[in-house]
Design a protein around this ligand. Structure first.
Ligand code: ATP
Ligand code: ATP
Ligand code: MG
Ligand code: MG
Ligand code: MG
Ligand code: MG
Ligand code: MG
Length: 276
């Protein structure tokens, strides 16, 4: 690298390493998706096409980055847990946030027509991204419990709100007024007595959000044949020169669940998530 008199400006760049020995949670959220969902006529309260597109983009991220061990999505947001000992991009914050956010966004656009074959993409959507560091497994458990509780609260509200509008003939202003000051029990009661809807029978995707985990595939005796390389989902990565190189992580298969992640059962079933 030959120096120039301008090169000193590089020294104004500040390092932004993320502390070692902490869990990274990366969360992104659609920018102004209230508007985006209106313009693209998402069905209310839950457009399954939009949720499946979010899941698809999230899976693409997990295929590319083997260090993501868990993802949780609802509405226009997704959270990703990186394994504690990850050295992804040397733990540089801006590098991780910007590359993950842009890869998710490009996948959302890239796969749009698969999920919305009859809906033209009217303008390019964008997402914001952030990383929060947590010191221990307790906060990680509580973080995901917080997001899933949010899913529940929002979905119960939105389901009741749209039932009042779509089936009850209320205006949106009236529906907001009807729901002001109500607690969960009241909303369940409105749904059941006025509209015959038993909340617990609503699809788990809407009630619980989407949980993506890695299932270890059967260890192959010879994983280095070309044919197997092309079928493994995340055991390999492309280097800049296009060569394939091995990741530390063994090949895995991604699975989407719509289960409870607040109680112990999930974490007991997937103990690896919180290991190094
Ligand atoms: P990264 O992808 O991690 O950012 P990079 O090589 O792309 O790595 P940039 O920050 O994008 O790094 O830097 C752009 C260019 O700046 C490089 O191609 C290099 O020529 C020059 N450069 C990088 N680091 C230095 C440095 N310490 N001193 C002088 N020039 C540098
Ligand atoms: P911000 O830019 O601050 O995030 P926002 O308009 O995106 O603003 P959010 O709080 O993120 O606000 O809420 C996202 C909104 O997008 C929801 O309130 C809902 O109206 C809409 N939305 C997202 N996903 C869906 C979906 N699958 N079906 C229907 N509506 C959706
Ligand atoms: Mg927001
Ligand atoms: Mg948003
Ligand atoms: Mg949101
Ligand atoms: Mg660069
Ligand atoms: Mg560069």
């Amino acid at each position: 690298m030959s120096g120039s008199k301008y090169e000193y400006v590089k020294r104004y760049e500040l390092p932004d390493p993320l502390m070692l020995g902490t869990y990274m949670v990366f969360r992104l959220d659609g920018h102004s998706f209230h508007r985006f969902s209106d313009v693209h006529k998402f069905t209310k309260p839950n457009d399954p096409r939009a949720l499946e597109l979010m899941d698809c983009a999230a899976q693409a991220l997990m295929k590319e980055y083997g260090d993501i061990v868990l993802a949780f999505g609802e509405s226009d947001e997704y959270s990703f847990l990186l394994r504690k000992s990850t050295s992804l991009h040397n733990r540089r914050q801006a590098k991780i946030v910007s590359t993950l956010t842009s890869l998710f966004t490009s996948n959302y656009v890239f796969h749009w027509s698969k999920f919305f074959p009859d809906v033209a993409l009217e303008y390019p959507p964008s997402f914001d991204g952030r990383i929060v560091l947590y010191p221990s497994a307790k906060e990680i458990r509580d973080y995901f419990a917080w997001r899933q509780t949010d899913t529940h609260i929002n979905n119960l509200y939105n389901t009741t709100f749209w039932a009042l509008v779509q089936q009850g003939g209320q205006t949106t202003t009236e529906a907001h007024a009807t729901l002001r000051g109500t607690v969960s029990k009241d909303k369940n009661e409105i749904l059941f007595s006025r509209f015959g809807i038993n909340y617990s029978t609503i699809p788990p995707r809407y009630r619980k959000g989407s949980v993506i985990v890695r299932e270890k595939t059967e260890p192959d005796t010879d994983v280095h044949t070309n044919e197997q390389q092309s079928t493994q989902e995340s055991g390999l990565t492309q280097t800049r020169s296009g060569d394939q190189k091995e990741l530390k992580n063994p090949p895995t298969k991604l699975e989407i669940l719509h289960c409870d992640i607040i109680k112990d059962d999930f974490w007991n079933e997937y103990p690896k998530i919180l290991e190094e």
